[in-house]
Design a binder for this molecule. Structure first.
Ligand SMILES: CC(C)(COP(=O)(O)OP(=O)(O)OC[C@H]1O[C@@H](n2cnc3c(N)ncnc32)[C@H](O)[C@@H]1OP(=O)(O)O)[C@@H](O)C(=O)NCCC(=O)NCCS
Ligand SMILES: [Zn+2]
Length: 173
């Protein structure tokens, strides 16, 4: 079966599920999709073309660059050492997710953390450290298990990045 074509860039206003809440002061850019039972809080940034599936809260201090895929029930955090009696606001710990990252279902990102462009975070992973660009990480704590093509397929395994990103799935050189 041929690899599916790239989705054209959309400049349409963001599409929000009826049950999604976007607070005043949140940024949700063009072409973004925010699914059922999601919250995008004041101070959060959702870049163009991002797709947030469902049951995810994007808090202040979280920035998603362009075309980030957020699987269902992904958990973002913004305080590394929370205490009910000692509020840290507005000194949030920052989560920065670079362009075209995939966050698998139920993944948890423990801020402060940066996810490099085109990285893939496996379902259920607990990310406690920065993730290099194109890395595929999985587990708790998340560890590098491979390397992802821009198309999202894993094109190399192991902890060392490959010299070239040859991909059989999309036939990218
Ligand atoms: C992380 C992921 C991309 C890896 O896919 P892959 O490159 O095809 O890797 P494989 O399935 O060959 O697995 C490689 C190894 O990692 C393990 N592994 C794969 N995904 C894992 C995960 N999420 N957590 C822990 N271990 C995982 C496998 O068990 C396997 O281990 P083994 O070699 O000891 O058997 C994929 O498993 C995943 O989690 N995708 C996210 C799916 C998702 O959440 N979609 C949401 C929207 S539909
Ligand atoms: Zn590919």
């Amino acid at each position: 079966m041929p690899f599916p074509p790239e989705r054209p860039r959309s400049l349409a206003v963001p599409r929000l599920a009826p049950s999604a809440v976007v607070e005043p002061g949140a940024v949700v850019d063009v072409g973004a999709v925010v699914g059922a039972f999601c919250l995008v809080a004041r101070g959060a940034v959702v870049g163009p073309g991002c797709r947030i599936q469902s049951h995810t809260s994007v808090w202040a201090g979280v920035t998603l660059e362009a075309d980030v895929f957020v699987g269902p029930s992904v958990v973002f955090t913004n305080v590394r050492h929370p205490r009910a009696r000692y509020p840290r606001a507005p000194e949030w710990d920052i989560t920065h997710v670079e362009r075209e990252v995939t966050l698998g279902a139920n993944a948890t990102l423990v801020a402060p953390v940066r996810i490099g462009h085109h990285a893939v975070v496996g379902a259920g992973a607990v990310v406690t450290r920065d993730v290099p660009a194109h890395a595929v990480v999985a587990g708790n704590p998340a560890r590098v298990i491979g390397w992802a093509c821009p198309c999202g397929e894993t094109c190399a395994t192991g902890t060392t990045p490959p010299k070239d990103f040859r991909c059989d799935a999309c036939s990218r050189p």
